[in-house]
Design a protein. Sequence first.
Length: 440
Amino acid sequence: MTRAPLPAPRLIGLAAALAALALLLPLLPALRGPWWGLTLLLGGLALVDALARPPRDALRARREAAPADHVGRRGAWRVVVESVAGRPLRVRVRDVPPPGLEGDGARADLVLAPGAQVTLEAPFRALARGPHDLLPLGLRVRGPLGLLDWQALEPAPARVVVLPGRPAGETQWLLARVAAEEETGPHPHTRRGADWEFDHLREWVPGDELRRVAWTATARRRVPIVRELKQERRSDLMLVLDGGRLMGSLVGGVTKLDLALTPLLDLAAVALSRGERVGLLAFDVQARAYLPPRAGAAQLQALRDALGRLPSPTEPTSWPRAAAQLEARQRKRSLMVVFSDFTDEVSAAEIERHLAALSHRHAVVFVAVGDPHLDEVLTTPDLGARAAFQQAVAGQLLVERRRVLRRIERLGVPTVDGEPRRLTGPVLGRYLERRRVGVG
């Protein structure tokens, strides 16, 4: 608690009333005596309140936070306040969330009996990944006469850790749902196409497909030679994430980058559950995270950890550097799912060029992480001049967006377009479609 007391609202109000009465003393001299009496009385009462100052350790406070929360989700930490004073205490508690957590925190006016303990909840919504250290807790204790306050900022250290993606229980439910649909749906899960790899060479026999002929070996041996293939145990899925500044625009207070991590991790979980190897390249002006393709549940946790450490999306995107990284590190043909976005045809030109280059070696799917604000602008009922201008701009941007996506599709690169909070279903659908036809 502070050494010097602070005037409480009651003391301030009474002092203001005496000050106003003092202005009337020249006109009403008879009030001088009572005025001085009231002033001395108020001073004496304030002194009594000061002498009743609570001990420094009259209150104990601590916070309790959940082991982990998730981006865009609601959570709460608890504030526990305990009185160890020998008399009842009137306490005001104020706890506010740090940047990155949205909410009103905990606010309460309490009367604590000796030894009493009260638990308060501080609800919040997580707006950003990473650890968030809670700010000092504000406590104010009022004197027994209500004239003076003593306040303190208690450290009460605690940390709220916000993770990307969804809680483990929801991920398990999603995996069970996908597995059930694959078993009972119209396209049962099979392993085809690029799930086959070279085994050995042999002479051609009637019935062999022409596309399996090894022309170089045929010319060398002067007899038709074909490649014998064997079923590959695992395919590679490479997740390519643009973490540049265009992914920093806010959707409901959360960056598109943070929201896009949920469908990305959902896709990784499904692919790993199917026995595939999953890798990651996250980049902006440089590579920010790289994980080579690996299989197993440990890879999903490694992906979460790597994505949780990504910096905020403030730097520009360098597609040439990202393409160079992929060319050097991912030589094996794989299915690459690229998460990115663009504003217009000018900003999309570089994306188109590098997607075309990647598609020469790999199977590529492009996921455009959209901005629902454009659709909201188009559907606004306001017909003012400013709204009409905004609608015209939004309409033009959406037209250009559709043209860009059509051009990417003509490159042989399937696309998914949608706002980040509704991307999981379309992304998984496109991925399963690619695997069913044996692509990547």
